[in-house]
Design a binder for this molecule. Sequence first.
Ligand code: KIV
Length: 257
Amino acid sequence: MPITPSQLSRWKQQHRPIVSLTAWDYAIARLLDQAGVDLILVGDSLAMVALGHRNTLPVDLDVMIHHAAAVCRGVEQALVVCDLPFLSYQISIPEAIAAAGRVLKETPVQAVKLEGGSPAMVETIHRLTTLGIPVLGHVGLTPQSVHQLGYRQQGQTADEAERILQEAIAIAEAGAFGIVLEHIPAPLARKITEKLPIPTIGIGAGPDCDGQVLVTADLLGLSAKTPPFAQVYLNMGEQIIAAVQSFGEDVRQGHFP
Ligand code: KIV
């Protein structure tokens, strides 16, 4: 049975940590699913880690749907969530509904994620969830606002921390089934996690969230640049270079085939 959004809520109540990673294609998704990842996020970070863009802004909905469909072909168990890309949901609520609807109609993805907790975004989340579209929120550092926020930690002042807390509460009240907390101080993430009835999934937000997510390319050592809060569990980049050099050597020496 595939994991559902309500399963994540039960795990929050049971204090069972939620394991989440990003995926951008069939091969990676199949391995993450086999390894027991609970929530696979088709993050728009694929713009950077899979497509080589400088930030997440250039990907559009067609590209996200293309990658989400490939990810789903590799997944049997995990809950798959797809990011709505920049400007596919911010312009108007009807456009947000159309964008989320396309993701759910054209792929087997079970939920969408969107960034921000402004009153307009909270209203959008409310409309989507009222229509039966599960939504994962995302506050703190929101990479689609890179030209406004940069990549620095958010919520460092008391005012900023209070704003992020209120945004998270409003997103939960609007019906989101969970929320990503990105690059905020650990005490703030702990406070939000304690206050919200829905699971928090942290990235660079300390150890007290209900779950943790990383960009898989960072974890595997495949990213050109890794954020300070990420941990490299395997230096696959170096291993790939060594394997390819061995192949090249064998071909040049006449040892392969
Ligand atoms: O796009 C992405 O990979 C994300 C994660 C950083 C949570 O949104």
